[in-house]
Design a protein around this ligand. Sequence first.
Ligand SMILES: [Zn+2]
Length: 647
Amino acid sequence: MSTRIFKYSLYLFMFFISINGISQSSKPIPELQKKLSINQIAPKGWLKEKLRQNLNGFTGHLDELEPTLIQDDDIYGKDRLSKKVQHKNVGAMSDAVEFQSQFLWWNSETQSNWFDGYIRTAVLLHDSIHLKKISTKINYLLSTQDADGYLGIYDKELRYNFNDENGELWSKTTLCRALLAWYDYSKDNRVLNAVLRCADNVITNYPINASHPFATKNPYAGGLTHGLAFTDVLEQLYVITKDHKYLDYIPFLYNDFSKQNLNEDAQQFKLMKASVPLMGHSVHTYEHLRTVAAAYQATGDASLKLTLDGFLQKINQVTTASGAAIGDEFIGGRKADATNAGYEYCSLLELMDAYISLYKKTNDPNYANKIEKLFFNAALGASHPTESSICYLKTDNSYALEGGKNGDQSDKNQTRYRYSPVHKEAAVCCVPNAGKIVASYVENMWFQNGNNVLALLLGPSELKFNLKGNPITIKEITSYPYSNKISFKITNKKSERFSLIIKKPEGVEKLILNMPYEEKGGYIQVNRIWKNDDELIVQMDMIVQSHHTAQGEQYFMYGPLVLAHPIDAKQQITKNYSVAGLKEMTYTAFDKSIYLYTGMPVTKMESLNDIRFSTTMKESTTGKIVPLELIPMGKTILRQTTFKKAD
Ligand SMILES: [Zn+2]
């Protein structure tokens, strides 16, 4: 049998297995990296400043900015949803009420995703005032749990009793992720027990292989399909308890999700067909990447490996220069496009967290590069550089931020392409997730596996860990990615041998270290007996590298930074909040010039305080060759990031 025929036969065999459900005969694959406690990693430098900006801004104050959705709706407590509430009737089938039913769970997502990011940010900053407020709210949330373990948003008549859109699993997912973040910090067993009882209550009421949690009359069921992310909770509970029932439940959920009539990209039979493009609501699609990865890990099933690989290939096709995957808010079968396809802030967080999950499963440093690229460029580039506000939607080339995409005014209801600390007109989903993304980056900067200590996601930070009972601190002193020098300073009472492993950043031409090192598989490794005050200095020589998009447009990178030409713009403040000095803003370009690439080099300018680059390009309407400045796109508001070639 030729290799080709063999591969084809294998594919057919795998496909046969997949359409008949996930094979039960395979074995789980253990994760290679375990997340460290949030208490072990401290942000420093610009990362700490960004977290502080969030805590002083929308993350620390969203409940005051939007009290009606957060403070006034006690959705997990006295305002649980019931059939008696006519305007919240889940079972109704008319179009108007169906549309309303979408919103029934919405406040639970807003509240819990906000609370999750708020917890992580306050913990990472050791902010005692906010921690006290959080502790009170945690105690209240624990008090809403019923005697049978039910934690959620439905009364006894409705719960686990749906044949249509509902937020049963999704409202639990967002809340349990937040509770587990608090448990990680506090080690309060009441909190862990609440999550365990909640998960057990789900497993009892949706019995494994004997129920259909994703059954629905209506294939457009956003809250229901968000609920597949309950696998995030199950994965964490397995890591904490090692109880296989949580792991076993993951492929059951994915199997049922795949078998139902749903308009979702991540169903197995769709992912197995390369010809089926991604169509769905982007935030669902990218969060479901974690579930597919988790289902493969939980089973070791070969058909799921093919499914996962197919999914990653499809995501690559919709990924822009900044590392974002498109969806504004639907992907709609389009390919990545720097000007015409936007991305939602929520999907940046969900995709980044999926890459973190994949990294822990594979140790593949390419995922770390994807995380850095997405975070430094797409995410910071959709956050305001100096104000606490974000764009709900943004494009890599951003020529106007006035509500519509790049100046499009055809839809008066489109308000997502502008800066706001709330975005209530659209949905309060992106701002809570913008509060999570910086914390999520920081929490996953470091890993430890016995004697191997890994600086994975780079940046100013501090790690505390124990080796043979001896406490050791490593300070990572740098302004990376805005500097290409990193110093690792060790503090320990007793000298210890361990390997300090550093993920080599993208685009490094040459490394200079002040200690002997080995370079292997995308990592730099220094193995030695580390003494107190030892300092490893890593100097990374980089040059500007030229890349092109699928449409053949040119863009430039310096290390992990994507460069963009900042466009001078007129700021208009459209709303002032009485809370924390926050505001909403639009931006209109002073100059509508678009530049074409003529092949001239992009060079780094010598600057002590900033990182800037210069080149010359052709102005597209006048044909004039002009000097042009580029800066990291993460520091821009309006910008041109990709450049068509001049004729
Ligand atoms: Zn969103």
